[in-house]
Structure formats: structure tokens, C-alpha cells
Design a protein around this ligand. Structure first.
Ligand code: ARG
Length: 602
């Protein structure tokens, strides 16, 4: 009800300015107008709530209830407001509870059912100010394991990207792969030692386990001085564009990419790889520009920026190191170059208006530093913004780091297969209990959708900032705030549809009407969908959508259990089927936004 909400806010503001706010207080009004109307704190209070009279009472030193009586009277005189509101009731010390008109809600239900976005408005995006959002997510490192932190980033980043896409933004999904840096010196040297020293047969080399390969070369790097020396020389060669070194580097990247792609395929993730190496040509000009702007200082041979408001334990300002003592660039240098490139106009940049970075919260200081330097260097254009979307750790049920029974790090592929396997076991048990027969294809597909959906949902439904405990039992349960519960609700609706082919035209019917309390509860829930989506765009918390869906499904299931849908007279039946249809649409669309496939049966 975003549109109604905005309209209501506008009218309330108008009335407030006309009646209550004296001229000299207009400035203060600018501050309080932001939260003029809020969600009702309890459903039974109505749709919205206005607490402004309590604020005004402090400013004017007047009884808040008196102000409320005066304000409500004025509000009632406003024709637009009477068209929107059924009731404006004063409660408690001076809250105003707002209840919207039933016919307004029914009209909205009808229009949402026809809208491909189930009522979510497009962002105000005209062609002149096309908004482009970059979501930087997943971003594993070449020759290293893609770990659960990357899994979280992948799942959360994908969902955020989808929400922006639905709102009509142009979204660029970027995989900022760690594909550059000194570690390639030792990797290539190791390649040369194990295969031919001039890498003649490079095309034929396949490394079965890149992570093991990495470990072995790291060990040599730490223990053999001669190997270390050659590795350092190799870095220089690579950076100067030596053909053989580049070829070896590409081989390593391709190998890793294959492994990453396998995970993306299982998770059905679309993302464009643009690794750190892409920004290599722009690093030098970062130094030049920061020097020119007098932000860069030399400290103990390194070039760095001292950060404002960020200090170490001794209370000294923290440095963001841009160029190391040995002349090498840092992770932060690449991020600065990437940020600048992304905001720059095409064709020398992406022309983005917002960049969203999804990583674990261990990188919060890194991004705070990068953003500060970028701001001070004026690389973030006006009206543009950057956000770091931090998330907590994934833990086992014991609260410790997630491990296999043998104590090893869990491989992502194994983790996902395990979830599918368990979903399949549950399904087979259910089939046996219900003496149902299903094809092998059905069983495979259903367990995959449930298994993968459960992992994604478990991750997304948490407040991302806290650590979360990974439990197959919990996430695969049919009860509670889980993917299987949502899918099960969807399957229930599909069941009704199978018994009843609802005619689309029926939705237009004038005779749609509701009388049952549980119908109205469901209607009000359904109409909150767009507000939830719009709020996620602001605070980037996908768990809001999950919480909403859980409540929506609970609301629907109560309605389904207690209100007769099919065995009632025609108009009532059409009215109730309309609610089923909109619930189905909202649920399917939301699952899509969370990267979860839908099921008709399970
Ligand atoms: N490769 C990094 C890591 O594994 C994540 C990169 C995140 N994106 C960025 N622009 N820094 O921790």
C-alpha cells in the first residue's frame, strides 16, 4: 500500500501545516515530518498510526490529547482523507489510529492481482536519470576454497540484486574475484617446477586439486629461500605482461572458475566475473590523484591515508595503506580503483548510482576506510551512494566453526548435496506414509528445490548481522519459518486451483466482498507486500521479506483452515479464490526474489 501510504502522508502533512504548525515552527517540522505516519503497532489498531501529537505536545507544551482532537477534526474536514480513511481514532495519550476504507483495499487487491509485480511500484526511474545499481557479491579467490562466507555473500547478494531488478533498476552483478596479487608468483613458480620449466605443454596441464596445489606452493614459499626469490621475480614478470606468465595465470584462473561455476550452477546464480586484475591498469592513477589532492602521505616508506575518526588501540588514526613499502598495491587500492571506475561515466566506467558490497562483517573497517578515502577524494558523485552489507559467521549447532564430523572444513558442494540428500530422505518417508507413487524425475526435482531452497532460506531469514547456526534439521523442517513451510503453503494453494480453474475475469467482478475477520487479516497482510520490498531497498535486509512471508503464510493457512472456500455461494467463492490467487502470486514472486524455485506438489 505504498501509494496509499504516500498519499496519506501527503494529506496529513498538508493538514498539519495548515492547522497546527505555526510559522515559526516550520523548521522543526522539517525534522518531525519524516515519521509522520507509521505502521500500526498492533493489527487490531488499524492500518497505520500517527504519533505526531505527542511530539507536538512537547514543542507547544500542550496536552497531546487536546492536540489530537483538534488535529483529527481538521483531518476529517479534508475530503481526500475522508475518501481514504474509514476511521481516525484517538487512543492512549494521543495516538491517532488510522483505518483505511474497505473498498479501497478491495480495489487494491484487484489491481495487484493483475500487476506482474503483485503491486510493487517501479522506482521513479525516468530515462534521464536511469539508476544503475552494482551489487558486488560472492567474490571468491582464485586457487583458494570458496567457503561458507562466500556462500552467504552469494545468496544474500543474489537476492538483493533481484529485489532491485524487480523495482526496475538496471543491475550489474559483479564478481570481484581475487585473481591478482603476489600469491600468483609462487603458484606459477610451482607450476614451472612441477611441469616443464618453460611451460611448453601448458594447455595439457590439469591440476586436480588447486587448493592442495596452493598449500604445497605456500609451504615451499615459506621454507625455501630460493623458491621465494624466484616467486618474487615471477610476480614482476606477470605484472609486466610476460606472455608465458599470463598464460600460466589464466590456466590457474580457469581451473578455479570451473569450480566456482559448478556452485553457481547448483544455486542458479547469474553473475559477471570482473576480478581484481581488471582494475590493475587504474591503480597508478589512484596514487596520482590522491597525491594531487594532498590526501596521500608517506609513512615509514609506505604511502597511506590517515583515516578520520578511526583509531587504533593507542588512539592514533588508522592508516589505509595504498602502496606498500615494497611498491606493491593493496586490496584497498584495488577497491578504490574499482569504486572510481564504477561511478565514472561510460565508456570509461559503469556509470553506477549505487554500489552495494556484500561481505562478512570482518571487512567492515576495510570498507569504512575505502568509502572515507573515496569521499575525501570526491570519487562518489552527488546523489550516489555506497553501502557495505555485512553479515555474521556461519556456525555449527555447537556455536563453533562449521566442520565435518572428522573436523575438516566443509566443502560447499558437499554441503549442498547433503541438504538435497536429506530433503530426498524426508520426501521418500512422506511418500511411503501417504502410499503415494511419484516418478524418479519428480523425486529428484522436488528434493533439489527443497534442499537448495532450505539452505538459501535459512541464510536469508536470519538478521544477516548476527552469526547464524547452520542446522539441516531446522532448515528442512515443515514447521516454522523455513522454505519447506512456505513451499507447503504454495502447494496447498495449487491444490485449490487444481480443483477450481478460476476465471481471470472473475477478479473484476463487482460482487467481490469480504465479511470474515480472517479474510480481512489476510487482505491487510497481502497489501503490505510492496512496503516490505521498498523498505529492503533502503536497509538491504532481506530477512524482512522472509519474516513477511512467514506471516503471510500463517495468515493464509488460518484462513484456509477456518474459512470455507469452495463450498459456498458463487460470489463468496470468487471473492475467496481471489485471495488464494493473490497469495499464490505474492508467494511465488517472493520465492523468486529469494532465489528459490516454486513447486506445485511436494
Ligand atoms: N575476495 C574477497 C574475499 O574473499 C571479497 C571481495 C569483496 N568485494 C570487494 N570489492 N572487496 O574476502
Amino acid at each position: 500500500m505504498q501509494v496509499i501510504y504516500q498519499e496519506l502522508t501527503k494529506r496529513f502533512e498538508e493538514t498539519l501545516l495548515e492547522s497546527l504548525i505555526k510559522n515559526e515552527k516550520k523548521e522543526e517540522f522539517e525534522n518531525i515530518r519524516k515519521n509522520l505516519i507509521n505502521q500500526a503497532s498492533k493489527e487490531e489498531f488499524g492500518d497505520y498510526q500517527c504519533n505526531i501529537c505527542l511530539v507536538l505536545s512537547k514543542i507547544y507544551k500542550r496536552n497531546p490529547r487536546e492536540i489530537a482532537i483538534e488535529f483529527v477534526q481538521k483531518l476529517k474536514e479534508n475530503k481526500e482523507i475522508s475518501n481514504l480513511c474509514e476511521a481516525l481514532e484517538i487512543a492512549g495519550p494521543g495516538f491517532i489510529n488510522i483505518k483505511l476504507k474497505n473498498n479501497l483495499l478491495i480495489a487494491k487487491i484487484k489491481s495487484n492481482i493483475k500487476c506482474p509485480r503483485a503491486g510493487v511500484p517501479l522506482s521513479n526511474n525516468n530515462s534521464h536519470s536511469q539508476k544503475k545499481v552494482i551489487v558486488d557479491f560472492s567474490s571468491p579467490n582464485i586457487a583458494k576454497e570458496m567457503h561458507v562466507g562466500h556462500l552467504r555473500s552469494t545468496i544474500i547478494g543474489d537476492s538483493i540484486a533481484k529485489i532491485f531488478e524487480l523495482r526496475g533498476y538496471t543491475v550489474l552483478r559483479l564478481n570481484h574475484v581475487g585473481d591478482w596479487g603476489t600469491q600468483f608468483g609462487m603458484l606459477i613458480t610451482q607450476l614451472k617446477d612441477l611441469y616443464s620449466s618453460d611451460l611448453r605443454e601448458i594447455d595439457k596441464i590439469t591440476i586436480s586439486d588447486l587448493v592442495e596445489f596452493y598449500k604445497a606452493s605456500k609451504k615451499r614459499f615459506d621454507n625455501e629461500t630460493e623458491f621465494k626469490k624466484r616467486s618474487r621475480e615471477e610476480v614482476v614478470k606477470l605484472q609486466s605482461g610476460d606472455k608465458k606468465s599470463i598464460k600460466a595465470w589464466k590456466l590457474l584462473c580457469n581451473q578455479s572458475r570451473k569450480e566456482f561455476d559448478e556452485i553457481y550452477k547448483i544455486l542458479n546464480i547469474k553473475i559477471k566475473e570482473r576480478g581484481e586484475s581488471f582494475y590493475n591498469p587504474f591503480l597508478k592513477s589512484i596514487i596520482e590523484d590522491l597525491t594531487f589532492k594532498k590526501i596521500l602521505v608517506e609513512d615509514q616508506g609506505a604511502k597511506c591515508v590517515f583515516l578520520h575518526g578511526m583509531t587504533n588501540k593507542e588512539g592514533n588514526p588508522l592508516p589505509l595503506i595504498i602502496k606498500k613499502k615494497d611498491g606493491g598495491f593493496n586490496y584497498a587500492t584495488t577497491d578504490l580503483a574499482a569504486l572510481r571506475y564504477r561511478f565514472r561515466k561510460e565508456p570509461h566506467g559503469d556509470n553506477a548510482t549505487r554500489i552495494i558490497y556484500v561481505t562478512d562483517h570482518g571487512q567492515s573497517n576495510h570498507f569504512a576506510g575505502v568509502f572515507q578515502v573515496a569521499k575525501r577524494a570526491n570519487w562518489i558523485p552527488e546523489d550516489c551512494e555506497v553501502n557495505h552489507v555485512p553479515f555474521g559467521l556461519v556456525q555449527g549447532i555447537d556455536g563453533k566453526k562449521l566442520k565435518t564430523r572428522e573436523g575438516d572444513i566443509i566443502k560447499l558442494k558437499d554441503l549442498l548435496s547433503e541438504s538435497i540428500k536429506r530433503a530426498k530422505e524426508d520426501l521418500l518417508k512422506r511418500l511411503e506414509k501417504e502410499s503415494r507413487f511419484e516418478t524418479e524425475e519428480f523425486i529428484l526435482n522436488t528434493s533439489k528445490v527443497i534442499g537448495i531452497g532450505a539452505v538459501k532460506y535459512a541464510d536469508l531469514s536470519q538478521n544477516r548481522i548476527t552469526n547464524y547456526q547452520f542446522s539441516f534439521e531446522k532448515m528442512l523442517s515443515l514447521n516454522g519459518n523455513t522454505a519447506p513451510y512456505l513451499l507447503y503453503t504454495l502447494v496447498r494453494i495449487s491444490g485449490i486451483n487444481r480443483k477450481n480453474n478460476m476465471n481471470e475475469d472473475a477478479v473484476n467482478s463487482e460482487s467481490i466482498a469480504y465479511s470474515h475477520d480472517l479474510e480481512w487479516k489476510l487482505i491487510r497482510k497481502l497489501l503490505k507486500f510492496d512496503e516490505v520490498i521498498v523498505s529492503i531497498e533502503k536497509d538491504l535486509m532481506p530477512n524482512r521479506l522472509c519474516n513477511y512471508l512467514f506471516e503471510l503464510c500463517q495468515s493464509f493457512n488460518r484462513f484456509y483452515d477456518q474459512v470455507s472456500i469452495l463450498k459456498v455461494e458463487m460470489n463468496t467463492k470468487i471473492s475467496r479464490l481471489t485471495l488464494c490467487a493473490l497469495t499464490e502470486k505474492t508467494l511465488k514472486l517472493s520465492l523468486e526474489l529469494l532465489g528459490i524455485d516454486s513447486l506445485e506438489r511436494m
